[in-house]
Design a protein around this ligand. Structure first.
Ligand SMILES: O=C(O)CCC(=O)C(=O)O
Length: 255
């Protein structure tokens, strides 16, 4: 198995600098096998202070135990059970009306975007810019970049992980975007190619970074995981913005 800590696809030619009005940092391409199989990493996609304020408001700076009740946003975090059992992370789900998300036996209905959390909208803007950059580079209609929902995963200090998996993206429209803005951490992200080669890439998801996955093949030809590295792994919130098409799951239910 080929494994590397920063084994980005290609070489420097593949690592672009986005327009400075969009991001101040380099884009690193991890996978770009075809327009439906793209993964890229953008450090500092979200302003550092905004990222820190958002992390604090989401309550993630506080120790395990008190977070659920201590946030100004009320009972924000939930511990869900999916087909694999109770999740060892907490989650919250926001989105536009009818942007339900159905995955591994769990049907989430979005709470409205919280009015008292403007930083979440800043994070969505940063993710949106990354999606639009991807659209310019790999093609597709601009409409398909619309990020209509956000599944937040809260990995408490020394807790929380996600086993290797591909995301359920059937509801994610034409170009199928999942863009994760990281707050806190860093925590490790592991990408593994399915099939023969089992190529593996590892990177640290840094505070304020964006990790972009585009396309269905990115979820079927590759798996991604967030392992737990020891008792003192730092707390992290991953805000996964998604291009879910409003009403898609209602349509599926009626079939
Ligand atoms: O926390 C993250 O950034 C990624 C979470 C994830 O893999 C998922 O929601 O499927």
């Amino acid at each position: 198995m080929a494994s590397s800590s920063l084994d980005f696809v290609g070489n420097q030619d593949n690592n672009d600098v986005l327009n400075s009005h969009e991001f101040s940092s380099n884009v690193r391409v991890l996978v770009d096998e075809n327009p439906k199989c793209v993964c890229m990493y953008v450090p500092n996609a979200l302003d550092d202070d905004v990222a820190s304020t958002l992390l604090e408001k989401l309550g993630a700076c506080k120790g395990p135990g008190d977070v659920e009740n201590s946030t100004a946003l009320g009972s924000l975090w939930h511990q869900y059970t999916d087909d694999n059992g109770p999740q060892d992370r907490l989650a919250a789900y926001w989105g536009d009306t009818c942007c339900d998300f159905w995955f591994v036996g769990l049907l989430l209905h979005p709470a409205p975007w919280p009015a008292n959390l403007p930083e979440l909208l800043s994070a969505r803007r940063a993710a949106q810019q990354a999606a639009e950059y991807c659209q310019r580079r790999y093609g597709g209609k601009l409409d398909a970049t619309k990020l209509t929902s956000c599944l937040a995963n809260y990995y408490r200090r020394g807790q929380g992980h996600i086993d290797a998996h591909g995301d359920e993206v059937r509801a994610h429209g034409e170009d199928k975007y999942v863009i994760s803005i990281s707050l806190g951490g860093p925590r490790e992200f592991v990408l593994t190619e399915r099939g023969g080669s089992q190529r593996e890439m590892r990177l640290q998801l840094e505070h304020g970074s964006a990790l972009v996955m585009r396309g269905e093949d990115m979820q079927t030809a590759w798996k991604h995981a967030l392992p737990l590295e020891g008792n003192d792994a730092p707390a992290r919130v991953g805000l996964t913005f998604r291009s879910i098409v409003p009403g898609y799951e209602h349509f599926v239910k009626e079939l």
